[in-house]
Design a protein around this ligand. Structure first.
Ligand code: HEC
Length: 156
């Protein structure tokens, strides 16, 4: 792809993710459902992180195939986050740990999502390479992108 085309595509993608983020919850029910779905997405992400963390810490033998599978799932789920985080539920009383900033600092929040997309993609490549040290390092990178977002956008 030519650089010019790439920039145009990137601009389009940015514009579309911002449009998605503008969606408002229309009722208490809608807000609750949207909250459940975004939390369920994070639960699935976390369910794939457990084994990765254990392998990185040496609490479980390194298994490059498993690392690749879980990295692929996290990458797919990370790609869903801009949709599942899109509904702004601030006007309704929902049980959430999401800070209001999610729907205010949209551009920065989108960058935090991109970080998880990129680090999980790096882990896929490292797992394919099969080098244990590189895999552990890449798992650390994924963990940093969880924390990097939580520090700014999730209640403690
Ligand atoms: C782009 C920002 C972002 C990234 C990246 C991110 N999180 Fe979160 N996470 C959140 C927010 C915001 C919430 C609060 C959601 C809510 O309560 O509505 C959350 C909630 C959670 C929850 C609680 C879900 C529940 O049932 O309430 C878990 C578990 C979690 N994240 C794990 C992870 C893991 C593991 C990673 C990395 C692999 C990760 N998150 C990456 C923003 C992020």
């Amino acid at each position: 792809m030519k650089t010019g085309t790439k920039i145009a595509v990137a601009a389009l993608l940015t514009a579309s993710s911002l449009t998605v983020f503008a969606e408002q919850a229309t009722s208490e029910k809608h807000a609750k459902k949207s909250t459940e779905w975004r939390q369920a997405t994070f639960q699935l992400i976390a369910s794939n992180m457990g084994a990765l963390g254990a392998m990185a810490k040496g609490k479980m033998p390194m298994n490059a195939d498993l690392a690749e599978k879980n990295a692929t799932r996290i990458n797919q789920l990370a790609n869903m986050l801009s949709d599942y985080m899109a509904v702004d539920t601030r006007k309704f009383s929902v049980e959430t740990e999401a800070l209001d900033k999610v729907w205010v600092d949209k551009e920065d929040f989108a960058k935090k999502i991109d970080a998880l997309i990129n680090t999980s993609s790096n882990l896929q490549s490292a797992a394919q390479g099969g080098n244990e040290g590189a895999i552990k390092q890449a798992i650390g990178g994924v963990g940093k992108s969880c924390k990097g977002c939580h520090d700014s956008y999730k209640k403690d």
